[in-house]
Design a protein around this ligand. Structure first.
Ligand code: GLY
Length: 382
C-alpha cells in the first residue's frame, strides 16, 4: 500500500527536522536530543551511529535539492571514514548508509566503494568458528563510555562477544555488496551470520538474547545474557526490533522458510507484550510497567523492517502490522507543526537509549529519526 496523507506530512516534518538539526550541530554528529528543547548532545565522530546522520542528510538533499545537505554529508563522511573502527559490527552498517545509500542519490563511485569497504570489513571480521560477525572494538558513548576492545574491563572483549543487533547491522551491507559484485562471499557470510542468530539469539518463545559470548578457539557458545534488558528473564525491546528488522531482511533476500518462521515468532512475542499503541516499554516485561519509559526506537525498527516486506501473500499480515506501528508513531510520538511547546517540529520522542542506567531514556535518538525517515520515504516511493 502506498503512503497516505499523514505519512506525507510526517515525511515533510522529518525532513524539516534534518534542517533544524544541522543548524544546531554543524560539523559534529547528533546523537540524542533533549525532549523539551530539541537540543542535541553530539559526538565528534559519529560513535556507533554516524552513518544514520549522513543517511538523513542525503535523504534531505534528495528531497529538497538544498546543497547545504550534500556538503554536510560529504564532510561528515570524511570524518566517519577516518574514525570508524573496521573491526566492529557497526562498520558495515555505517558504511552502508554513508556509502551505498549515498550512491543511490549521487551515483558517485567513491560512495559505492565506501559501501564495499564496509562489506569487506564485515567479511574480514567474520569469525569462522563462531560463524558470526562479533561486536568488536568500540567505545560506546554513554553513561560510562563503555569500551569493548581487547583490554576491556567492562565484561568480555568485543572480539569474543556477539550481539542481537548485529543481525541488522551486518546483513544489508553484505547483500547489497553481493548484488553489486556477484561475489558469493558476501551472500554466504550474510546467510551464515543470519543462521547463527537463529540458534544463538532467538529463544523458543520468541524473545531474544542481547549477547552471546563464545570461545574463540572452538567457536562454541559460552553463555547467553542480557545487558540492556531489565534481566535475563525479560527482553530488551530495541534488541527485538533489530532482530525483527534483520529477519525481515533475511527473508526478503532469500525467501527461506526458516527466516519467516523466526520472524513470525519474534513478532508474535512483540504483539503479545506491547501496550495498545504498539510502542513497547524499553523492556517488554519490565515489572514496573506502566511506570517506565517506552522505546520508540524499538517500535520504529520493527515498523521499518516489516513495512519492507511484500504486503501480499505470506507476509501481508506482518507488513500490515508494521504499518500500524508506523501510524502510531506518527500520530502519538512525532512533534507536530505548531506544537504548543517551544521545540522543533518533527522530533520522534520517547526513545530510550539505555534503560538500565536511565541514560537518554526519554529522548529523540538519531538512529530512530533515520529509520522513520526511510520507512516513510520508501512508502512515498511505492
Ligand atoms: N548500540 C546499539 C543499540 O544500543 O541499539
Amino acid at each position: 500500500m502506498t503512503a497516505d496523507r499523514s505519512e506525507r506530512e510526517a515525511f515533510d516534518l522529518v525532513v524539516d527536522r534534518v534542517g533544524t538539526t544541522l543548524e544546531q550541530t554543524g560539523a559534529a554528529f547528533p546523537y540524542v536530543a533533549d525532549p523539551e528543547t530539541g537540543e542535541w548532545q553530539v559526538t565528534d565522530d559519529g560513535n556507533w551511529c554516524g552513518g544514520h546522520w549522513i543517511g538523513l542528510l542525503w535523504l534531505a538533499y534528495d528531497h529538497t535539492g538544498d546543497e547545504r545537505f550534500a556538503e554536510a554529508a560529504r564532510e561528515h563522511t570524511d570524518v566517519l571514514a577516518d574514525a570508524m573502527v573496521r573491526e566492529a559490527m557497526f562498520c558495515g552498517m555505517n558504511f552502508h548508509y554513508a556509502g551505498f545509500r549515498a550512491a543511490d542519490v549521487t551515483d558517485d563511485r567513491e560512495h559505492r566503494d565506501l559501501g564495499l569497504e564496509g562489506a569487506d570489513a564485515s567479511v574480514a571480521f567474520y569469525h569462522q568458528r563462531a560463524r558470526q560477525i562479533p561486536l568488536g572494538t568500540l567505545l560506546i558513548e554513554g553513561p560510562s563510555s563503555e569500551f569493548r576492545g581487547p583490554d576491556s574491563d567492562e565484561g568480555p572483549s568485543g572480539d569474543v562477544l556477539g550481539a542481537v543487533d548485529a543481525i541488522y547491522t551486518s546483513l544489508p551491507v553484505l547483500w547489497r555488496a553481493y548484488r553489486e559484485t556477484d561475489d558469493p562471499v558476501y551472500r554466504d557470510t550474510a546467510v551464515s551470520h543470519a543462521d547463527r542468530h537463529l540458534d544463538w539469539y532467538i529463544r523458543e518463545d520468541g524473545r531474544t538474547w542481547h549477547h552471546a559470548e563464545f570461545d574463540p578457539d572452538t567457536g562454541e557458545l559460552v553463555r547467553q545474557y542480557n545487558e540492556l534488558a531489565y534481566s535475563d528473564d525479560t527482553c530488551w525491546a530495541r534488541g527485538q526490533g533489530w532482530c525483527i528488522a534483520g529477519l525481515a531482511r533475511a527473508y526478503r533476500e532469500t525467501e527461506a522458510p526458516r527466516y519467516l518462521e523466526a520472524l513470525e515468532r519474534t513478532v508474535d512475542y512483540y504483539r503479545s507484550n506491547v501496550p495498545d499503541d504498539l510502542v513497547p516499554y524499553w523492556d517488554f516485561e519490565h515489572p514496573d510497567a506502566p511506570d517506565v519509559p517506552r522505546d520508540t526506537s524499538a517500535a520504529v525498527l520493527t515498523a521499518y523492517g516489516l513495512t519492507g516486506l511484500p504486503d501480499d501473500g505470506e507476509t501481508a499480515d506482518l507488513a500490515a502490522f508494521g504499518e500500524r506501528i508506523l501510524e502510531s508513531l506518527i500520530t502519538g510520538y512525532l512533534t507536530p507543526r505548531g506544537d504548543s511547546y517551544d521545540r522543533p517540529d518533527g522530533m520522534l520522542l520517547e526513545g530510550c537509549f539505555n534503560g538500565p542506567s536511565g541514560y537518554a531514556d526519554r529522548n529523540e535518538l538519531i538512529w530512530s529519526d533515520y529509520y522513520l525517515a526511510y520507512a516513510l520515504s520508501r512508502r512515498l516511493a511505492a
